[in-house]
Design a protein. Structure first.
Length: 368
């Protein structure tokens, strides 16, 4: 049964460093008013009791018993076994906390935990960018279909997730698709995340303007400054987004070389996609060179900005042609344009994570 017509109820949690927000979904839709409780991150016992209390309150609001609990929780973690590792933003969780088994014991139902990047891309693979692009390819009369989706989230961090042929790729250590840990192009001794997260946008703006980091506006205002909507240093604002895009594009070029997948972009900073995607895609297509200095394509794939009308039209059309089959009188269709597309979340990040959590729980319950 497709997730959007499935009547089973799954309880969910949005786990932040400040607040825990509990809810429940049926057929991929939220069915109650969310319950918010403070995270109490400094004390483990209080934090765990808060999680139990939140799910108990949700359960009392449901028309029938839930079949599972499914939610995103920060890593590092052993997600398949529900064990949380040493978290930065929740310092009480140190040395390994068996959160999933605790909840399974208390509620008597299966518990599934992933990180938000994983659930974001799973939701987009089930109901967002991936099916939308495949539908547009079909409408355009192009037989090409995509089965794999890589997702990144741009915000306080630089998250990632990968779905391969309908299945979420976790990795052998629950550490698959952690793009944040790649090397930063513009700061080679730093992680890629240092050039892509919110703090990077503010830092570049501040440096360019000769002000302190604390004086720099928030990214939403730096976006408005770059667009000329409010007063500020427009040149500095555009440079801040350009540098973010260059760092992210370099990391994505490395990722798609290994993964050969469509890419979906989410997170709070994706609202500035008009300022990000042109530079990001240009960086992905920027050639490298051999030892003689001769330019060579960066990857075997050409990257297209799916939010650009012209680029999207070429992406959907491809370069289809007919070629002969040697030794016969027959022909075969051939598209020599190997390509990937980079597009913004079709669901919105929060909804994608919610759908991902719900659909993942059902897939595990059904053994899919």
């Amino acid at each position: 049964m497709p997730y959007n017509t499935d009547n089973r109820i799954v309880m969910t949690l949005d786990a932040g460093g400040t607040n825990f927000v509990f809810s429940a979904a049926r057929s991929g839709e939220e069915i109650i008013e969310p319950v918010g409780l403070p995270a109490k991150a400094e004390t483990l016992e209080e934090s765990l009791q808060t999680i139990i209390r939140g799910f108990e309150q949700v359960k009392l609001l449901l028309p029938e018993p839930p079949v599972a609990i499914s939610f995103a929780f920060p890593g590092p973690a052993d997600y398949p076994n529900g064990i949380i590792g040493d978290l930065k933003n929740l310092p009480a969780y140190r040395g390994g906390v068996a959160l999933g088994p605790m909840l399974e014991y208390h509620f008597g139902i299966p518990v599934f935990i992933n990180n938000d990047g994983d659930l974001f891309v799973y939701g987009e693979a089930m109901a967002g960018l991936l099916p939308a692009i495949n539908a547009e390819l079909e409408y355009a009369g192009n037989p090409k279909r995509y089965r794999n989706l890589f997702g990144i989230t741009l915000g306080t961090g630089f998250g990632g997730g990968l779905v391969v042929d309908g299945k979420l790729f976790i990795g052998d250590n629950s550490a698959g698709a952690e793009i944040w840990a790649m090397r930063s192009k513009l700061h080679p001794l730093a992680y890629a995340e240092e050039g892509v997260a919110i703090r990077a946008v503010r830092r570049v703006y501040a440096d360019f303007c000769g002000i302190s980091f604390e004086e720099a506006p928030e990214p939403r205002d730096i976006c408005r400054i770059a667009k000329g909507e409010i007063v500020g240093n427009a040149e500095a604002a555009k440079e801040a987004w350009r540098q973010l895009a260059e760092n992210a594009g370099d990391a994505l070029a490395n990722a798609v070389t290994l993964l050969d997948a469509l890419v979906v972009v989410g997170g709070g900073l994706s609202g500035a996609h008009e300022l990000i995607l042109p530079h990001l895609v240009a960086e992905m297509n920027n050639p490298l060179s051999n030892i003689k200095g001769e330019p060579l394509c960066r990857t075997e794939l050409t990257a297209f900005n799916l939010e650009d009308v012209t680029q999207k039209a070429l992406f959907l059309k491809g370069l289809m042609k007919t070629i002969p089959i040697p030794g016969t009188s027959l022909n075969i269709s051939y598209d020599p344009l190997q390509r990937t597309g980079i597009g913004v979340s079709r669901l919105g990040t929060s909804r994608a994570v919610s759908i991902g959590a719900y659909a993942f729980a059902l897939s595990k319950l059904d053994g899919v």
